[in-house]
Ligand binder design. Structure first.
Ligand code: SAH
Length: 382
């Protein structure tokens, strides 16, 4: 089947996705045009902002690809104070970001859980309940997820990294702390608790095949996920996976493959939120804008205090060292607009997919389900 034949279909199977992921030249242009069109007809050309605050690089995990893994002794560990985090929140609020993301290394001790809970309450208070809060703080218990939801978070990102369990085992240490099943269970728990749930994968990992990526797309669909953040894998010299760097496809190829993944995902799941990730920008300074043009609709400018950014290098040459200042925010807005999109300020930018799903469930299951939804689910400023 040709790419044109495949694009004329309503749904896509494994073989269709393989063809789309492999396509180049004019076929790739056709794919990109189709996903751009699909995005406009289903969710319009709005782009939502999330101010990204990297709250700490202290991590109990030892993921073999990640620059802030526990065993990397070459970085200075930091933890932002509540005051620093609230200053970043204030910046996001004043610059009309609408939402923030708190991301950090994984910890699950009681001090940490309580601190995040209190911090969430302070953030909601400091922004008159107006800022939406997404968390990206790894695997936690159901009770912790519930506490953080009750304290004001309403979206959560936890990448599956790869949906191929064998590959997952190759890129993580082989122990209980790094289990594929626990990761999967956590994603399902987040959905059960009522979070808008995001997951995602890395593209171009050593040992990863195009077949794996096609399966990843089908996994995202099967899991009925609300938001996706996926981007190219980027090698980091202080990690065990660095030894396989010779096996990788080139970075420009990883970028193109990343764009095709985003394009296919938009066609498969027209109403979800898809992030234009920082890793795309690490390869090409306009990588994120390219992703927005063909189907992504969320951008996460880094608003971490400048002094700590260099210690949150998940991968080498992580960009955005000057982003987040008022000037660069304006710059970014212009640059996004050149890609044909429009930044929607002061909005939570919830996933339409999620909204449709929950209102459907509410209709089916009646009032009890409605009450289980967090109070803050509706943005006061949208
Ligand atoms: N601890 C949190 C968030 C921090 S890492 C969590 O586990 O969710 C956030 C994401 O960065 C990871 O999920 C991973 O997909 C991505 N990442 C880590 N190392 C990377 C690398 N070398 N190249 C590209 N992405 C990477």
């Amino acid at each position: 089947m040709t790419v044109t034949d495949i694009l004329a279909q309503k749904d896509f199977n494994f073989l269709n996705l393989l063809t789309l992921l492999k396509c180049t030249g004019e076929d790739q242009e056709r794919l990109f045009a189709a996903s751009k069109q699909k995005r406009i007809s289903s969710i319009g050309n709005d782009v939502y902002m999330r101010g990204l605050v990297e709250i700490s690089n202290i991590c109990i995990k030892d993921c073999l690809y990640c620059g802030i893994r526990k065993s990397n002794t070459q970085i200075i560990r930091y933890q932002l104070s509540d005051k620093e985090i609230l200053e970043a929140v204030q910046f996001a609020y004043e610059n009309q970001y609408g939402s923030i993301v708190l991301q950090g290394g994984e910890r699950c001790d009681q001090d940490f859980i309580l601190r995040i809970e209190n911090l969430l309450k302070k953030i909601k208070q400091a922004s008159n309940q107006q800022l939406g809060v997404t968390l990206s703080l790894g695997e936690q218990s159901e009770n912790t997820y519930k506490r953080w939801l009750d304290a004001g978070a309403h979206r959560y990102l936890l990448r599956i990294e790869t949906s191929n369990e064998k590959l997952y085992r190759k890129i993580h240490p082989n122990n209980d702390l790094h289990s594929f099943n626990s990761r999967l269970k956590c994603i399902k728990l987040l959905q059960k608790c009522g979070y808008q749930t995001g997951t995602g994968i890395m593209i171009g990992l050593p040992f990863q095949t195009i077949e794996d990526l096609a399966n990843d797309l089908l996994f995202l669909k099967e899991m009925d996920i609300d938001m996706v953040g996926m981007g190219p894998y980027l090698e980091h010299n202080n990690t065990p996976l660095w030894q396989y760097r010779e096996r990788l496809i080139s970075q420009p190829e990883r970028l193109q493959l990343g764009l095709r993944m985003i394009s296919c995902l938009r066609l498969l799941m027209p109403e979800i939120n898809i992030a234009a990730t920082t890793a795309l920008q690490a390869i090409d300074s306009l990588g994120r804008e390219k992703a927005l043009e063909i189907g992504a609709n969320v951008i996460m400018p880094n608003i971490t205090p400048l002094s700590n950014r260099e210690n949150y290098q998940l991968y080498a040459n992580k960009p955005g060292m000057d982003e987040g200042a008022e000037d660069s925010t304006r710059h970014l807005i212009k640059s996004v607009e050149r890609s044909g999109c429009k930044i929607k300020l002061n909005a939570w930018g919830d996933s339409i997919h999620f909204k449709r799903k929950t209102s459907f469930r509410q209709n089916e299951e009646g009032i009890e389900k409605v009450q289980k939804q967090p109070k803050q689910l509706k943005s006061p400023i949208e």
